[in-house]
Design a protein around this ligand. Structure first.
Ligand code: SF4
Length: 123
């Protein structure tokens, strides 16, 4: 009877977040503090780079915003595959905008939050 060596493909690579490595060597995918803001179950094509890129961008934004993030998402694949009505893959507040006005929508959100904070502070 012949034996083959056992390989753990999750170690030594960046796939599946290196869950079998020591905590200090793991990538962000297996970080227990990861918010998983764009959840699994969306309808992107298998291997979609946009879904992967969005997850990394959202991770970075969540870190920068200390977990207080509102996503403004222009029309496109990310919007289509993550929000097929009545479902959503987003685990954070999310708003859909048209192609070219996402920055304006995000600026409006920021302005509204600023006003709300001012009103709360002033009573
Ligand atoms: S960007 Fe859109 S079309 Fe391209 S792989 Fe992702 S879901 Fe599919």
């Amino acid at each position: 009877m012949s034996f083959q060596p056992l390989h753990f493909y999750q170690t030594g690579t960046f796939t599946i977040g290196n869950r079998l490595l020591g905590e200090e060597d793991r990538t962000v995918q297996s970080d227990i503090r990861r918010t998983n803001s764009l959840n699994s179950g969306h309808r992107a094509c298998q291997g979609c780079g946009e879904a992967l890129g969005a997850r990394f961008a959202i991770d970075a934004a969540m870190n920068a915003a200390r977990g207080r993030l509102i996503a403004a998402n222009a029309t496109g694949c990310l919007e289509v595959f993550s929000t097929p009505y009545p479902e959503t893959s987003w685990q954070i507040p999310w708003i859909h905008s048209l192609f070219g006005n996402t920055a304006a929508v995000a600026t409006g959100i920021a302005a509204a939050i600023k006003v709300k904070r001012t009103k709360r502070r002033d009573g």
